[in-house]
Ligand binder design. Structure first.
Ligand code: NOJ
Ligand code: CA
Length: 698
């Protein structure tokens, strides 16, 4: 009898202390248990094979006992969720959000603090977060560390960025997990900010491929009032640990219960297309908090931008980076890009070619002094240079039915931007600018804060909300990378937050594989303003001494409009360069930026990507195929097209002798009639691509 009793007791205990939850398809299982010392641990299986071994969970508090051991399980509950929602702008008209959820209620035996761990298991991955309910035992608290681990099973191939707390504008390193080592790579990203706390720190999203061909991605969703999560790699044991970005005094996060942490996510599939096509990160964010979204619109735009990057004109008026205390006394250098006359030229071009907007950088006072000086007050975001007539430009744009896009470079001086923000946004309203691009080049002021810390995450999110109050759209550059906040604030239409096209103009640039990786990493969190469309590819065109170039063929630049999703998409090159290649430019004029449907046809991180999308509210489809430094041939089926419908397909492809280094501009254009039974051969040059438009024939 006594024996039986203890057996029964053991059984209940184990039922209580070990729990599991599966994905709707049953392919992914998460197991949770309390280990020795009451330590919460989880493990993940994919198709019955371990992919994450038992790994620690929990956080450490600055002023209270840690919440990563000494727990008891209070209760647990499961739930299933299956719903679809409609993004305001997006890659598809409707997104399915289907998962099984397991919530474990824990209480610390030591401090009596209650903490829940919530798991959500989707068909393409796992998410979990810490939830701190309202309670007498925990009110205001400081997180000093996060104990979350991801203990992997194999020496995966990894696409990693050095764990810089200030910049994500790096090239990807493609190595084995065991070879992650910041001391072995060139960490000069050319923009002078570098805060890399150690050899084995890497950024998320971290894309991996196991030796047996499993694709894994570790990232996070809904980073709100919390710092960004980087990962510290134990390169011998294939273990990764969450590293939260600290603030100026070394704390990680200040929170007040009730509150939640961001979601930690692990995507898993044996088909790489599932990762690129996943909407898990968006699904883990709150629905839109903006009720009337009618003012949020997709935009294709041109701008006074690349001409500064290639050195044809300057941001600053006087042509002197050292002219402090700018006054109207300063003479124009004659090279200033943002003049009224030049802006009108861009407005004319936009109007003529059906573009929605014109971005102008360098329109406002401060550029003499902006970068590298780490100064508190550089820009006021409201004072134009004497040769930029805001009222005249705004009236001219209005008459031509073109919208102006504002530019707010903060040069990292964030307190200054917040102080001026309302006036800056009033100015935008006054002159009818519906959107702004922001920038955070350089080190942050308040000094000691990092781009990826809680303070800055809160700043970026605050700016998005403030823009929403004014019914304005936001496109941030040099922000921390998005984690799906654009679902909650759909006016946050895009961000750069990775190494963009600009690097090709003045640094070693972005290698051809770069754009085949970004959709597996940066783009999972939201649209990217990558600024594609460069037709004059070699910088020697501007200055024969220059050796820099965009690592691409011209046809690949067209394909990027499909593979790099953004509802605000730039045609980045100089207007005169588009005028030289009107037949290729036609694709940029035609391509949509907002979509009803998206299909990932071919995908391999670091190698190639083929995506096709259906234009929002139309019957036309667009396809983009890109490759890395290797030429590739393949055949694609057009079975995504509507059955029985004939389409005119215009195929923009690399010429036979095209090559990103030797002959990047060579392209051919051919037109064929196709149906959903047709096939098309893709012939991608080294560093090349193909872009196709499909228009139904009436
Ligand atoms: C970096 C941004 O990414 C780029 O687009 C911009 O032109 C410069 N900063 C100046 O603001
Ligand atoms: Ca940038």
């Amino acid at each position: 009898m006594k024996h039986l009793f203890s057996l029964l007791f053991l059984f209940t205990l184990s039922v209580l202390s070990a729990q599991s939850v599966q994905s709707p398809s049953g392919k992914i299982t998460v197991n949770f248990k309390l280990g020795s010392n009451g330590q919460p641990v989880y493990a993940v299986n994919y198709k019955n094979k371990a992919v994450v071994l038992e790994s620690a969970l929990g956080i450490k508090l600055k002023e209270k006992p840690a919440l990563d051991a000494n727990f008891e399980i209070l209760d647990s509950k499961t739930a299933t969720f299956n719903e679809s929602w409609k993004p305001v702008l997006g890659e598809q008209a409707s997104i399915v959000n289907h998962y099984n959820e397991l919530t474990i209620g824990l209480v610390s035996k030591e401090s009596k603090v209650k903490m829940n761990i919530i798991f959500r298991v989707f068909d393409e991955g796992v998410a979990f977060r810490y939830d701190f309910p309202r309670q007498a035992e925990l009110n205001y608290f400081i997180i000093s560390d996060e104990s979350t681990q991801f203990n992997l099973t194999e020496n995966n191939k990894v696409f990693w960025l050095p764990g810089d707390f200030d910049s994500n504008e790096y090239e990807y390193n493609e190595t084995k997990l065991s070879e992650i080592d910041n001391s072995k790579i060139n960490m000069n990203n050319g923009i002078g900010v570098k805060s890399i706390p150690g050899r084995y720190m890497v950024q998320t999203p971290l894309m991996m491929k196991s030796p047996s061909g499993l694709y894994l991605n570790i990232f996070e969703a809904a980073v709100v009032n919390y710092p960004v999560m980087h990962l510290k790699a134990d390169v011998t044991n294939f273990k990764l640990k969450a590293e939260l970005v600290p603030n100026a005094i070394g704390d990680k996060a200040y929170l007040q219960a009730p509150c939640v942490s961001p979601w930690r996510t692990i995507m898993i599939s044996d088909d790489a297309r599932d990762i690129v096509g996943s909407r898990m990160i968006l699904n883990l964010n709150d629905p839109s908090k903006i009720e009337d979204t009618s003012w949020i619109k997709p935009m294709k735009y041109v701008g006074i931008w690349w001409e500064m990057h290639v050195g044809k004109s300057t941001w600053d008026y006087a042509g002197s980076q050292n002219a402090t205390n700018f006054g109207t006394k300063l003479e124009s250098s004659g090279r200033h890009g943002a003049t009224t006359e030049n802006t009108k030229r861009y407005i004319d071009f936009a109007a003529k070619n059906g573009f929605d907007g014109v971005l102008v950088e360098g329109w406002n006072v401060g550029w003499e002094d902006w970068s590298g000086n780490w100064k508190e007050e550089v820009f006021d975001f409201t004072t134009p240079y004497p040769d930029f007539d805001l009222a005249a430009i705004s009236a001219y744009a209005k008459a031509k039915n073109v919208k102006m896009i504002m530019h707010h470079e903060t040069s990292g001086s964030v307190g200054n931007y917040e102080r001026h923000l309302d006036r800056a946004l009033d100015l935008m309203k006054k002159y009818d600018y519906p959107a702004a691009k922001t920038g955070y080049v350089g080190k942050i002021i308040p000094r000691g804060e990092f781009h990826d810390g809680q303070t800055m995450v809160n700043h970026f999110n605050f700016v998005a909300r403030r823009f929403a109050d004014y019914k304005l759209m936001l496109n941030s550059h040099e922000s921390s990378r998005p984690t799906g906040y654009s679902r909650t604030y759909p006016n946050y239409v895009a961000a750069e937050a990775a190494r963009g096209t600009e690097f090709n103009a003045w640094s070693i640039g972005n290698p051809p594989m770069h754009e085949t990786i970004l959709p597996f990493t940066r783009l999972l969190g939201g649209p990217m303003d990558y600024t594609p469309g460069i037709f004059e590819i070699k910088m020697s065109y501007y200055d024969k001494n220059k050796t820099e170039q965009v690592h691409t063929t011209l046809a690949k630049q067209l394909a990027l409009y499909v593979t790099m999703y953004s509802p605000i998409q730039m045609a980045a090159d100089l207007l005169e360069n588009y005028e030289k290649y009107p037949d290729a430019f036609q694709f940029i004029k035609d391509v949509a930026v907002d979509w009803d449907d998206t299909k990932i046809l071919q995908a391999e991180p670091g190698d190639y990507l083929t995506i096709t999308r259906k234009a929002k509210g139309k019957q036309s489809w667009f396809l983009g195929a890109i490759t890395d430094e290797n030429a590739r041939k393949s055949e694609i089926k057009l079975d995504f097209l509507t059955k029985g419908q004939k389409y005119k397909a215009v195929i923009y492809e690399d010429a036979k002798d095209a090559d990103w280094q030797k002959n990047p501009i060579a392209y051919t254009i051919r037109t064929v009639v196709v149906t959903n039974k047709s096939k098309i051969n893709l012939n991608l040059a080294a560093g090349g691509g193909t872009a196709i438009s499909f228009e139904p024939i009436k």
